[in-house]
Design a binder for this molecule. Structure first.
Ligand SMILES: [Zn+2]
Length: 217
C-alpha cells in the first residue's frame, strides 16, 4: 500500500537535464509492505516534525529552498492501530523527506545501510555550526533521528548476499532482507542509498524522478 506524505517544490531542471526553471512538485512517498517477516514501512516520508527540525538556522535554509506541503492526515494517523504492527522500517537513505516520520514508530527495527549510518556517526562529529551547515547542504536533519538508532539499527550489508535474476540487469547483486524482500544498492543520489525489490515492485526512492530520465540515460 502506497501513501503520499507530502511534497516539496523545486525547479524542474534539478532532476531533468534541459528541464525548465519552472517549479515542479516532488512527492515524498511511503510504502507499507506486509511480508513473511512482518510489517515493513519503506521510508517514512514527511511528518510535522520536519518543520520543528527546521525552526532555526541553518536548518531553516532546508525548508526555505524546498518549501514543503504535508499531506493530511499524516501517515501515522492514516495507519491508525496498524501503526503498532509496523515492526520494521527500511530507510532508503537519510534525507529529511524520507526519515521525518521515524520517531512515530519507536519500537520498530530500523534497516539501513552501514554507509548511510557511518555518514551520520563516522567520527562522532560534534554538533558545531559548521557541521550543521554541511549536513543541511546534504539534505540531512540530525534532529529527525531517534536517540536509540544505534541500538535499533540493522545493517543491510550484514544480511545474506544474493545474485539477482538476469531480468534485473544491470543490477546483479542484492541483500536478502526476508524471504520475499531484496535490498539493492542505488548509489549516486545520497550516501548509501538502497532500493527494495518487493514482489513485482522495485522501490527506488530518489534514484530516478522521471521515466524520461531513464530513456534519456
Ligand atoms: Zn533524497
Amino acid at each position: 500500500r502506497f501513501y503520499h506524505t507530502g511534497y516539496c517544490t523545486h525547479p524542474e531542471c534539478m532532476v531533468e537535464r534541459g528541464g525548465s526553471l519552472r517549479k515542479a512538485a516532488f512527492p515524498a512517498m511511503t510504502a507499507h509492505i506486509t511480508h513473511q517477516g512482518g510489517n515493513l514501512l519503506f521510508d517514512t516520508g514527511y511528518a510535522p516534525r520536519f518543520f520543528e527540525a527546521c525552526r532555526r538556522f541553518p536548518e531553516k535554509f532546508y525548508a526555505l529552498t524546498t518549501p514543503v506541503t504535508l499531506s493530511q492526515p499524516t501517515i501515522r494517523e492514516r495507519l491508525g492501530d496498524a501503526a503498532h504492527d509496523i515492526n520494521q522500517i527500511f530507510l532508503s537513505h537519510l534525507h529529511a523527506d524520507h526519515i521525518a516520520g521515524l520517531k512515530d514508530f519507536p519500537d520498530a527495527e530500523i534497516i539501513l545501510s552501514r554507509t548511510a549510518y557511518d555518514f551520520v556517526y563516522r567520527t562522532d562529529k560534534p554538533e558545531s555550526l559548521t557541521n550543521r551547515i554541511i549536513e543541511v547542504k546534504q539534505g540531512f536533519l540530525r534532529e529527525l533521528l531517534p536517540q536509540d538508532l544505534p541500538q535499533r539499527a540493522r545493517f543491510i550489508e550484514d544480511m545474506p548476499e544474493v545474485r539477482l535474476d538476469e531480468a534485473f540487469y544491470p543490477f546483479e547483486q542484492g541483500y536478502r532482507i526476508s524471504a520475499d524482500l531484496i535490498a539493492v544498492a542505488l548509489p549516486g543520489h545520497a550516501a548509501g542509498q538502497y532500493g527494495l525489490i518487493a514482489g513485482e515492485f522495485f522501490l527506488i526512492a530518489d534514484a530516478v524522478w522521471r521515466f524520461a530520465t531513464i530513456s534519456h540515460n
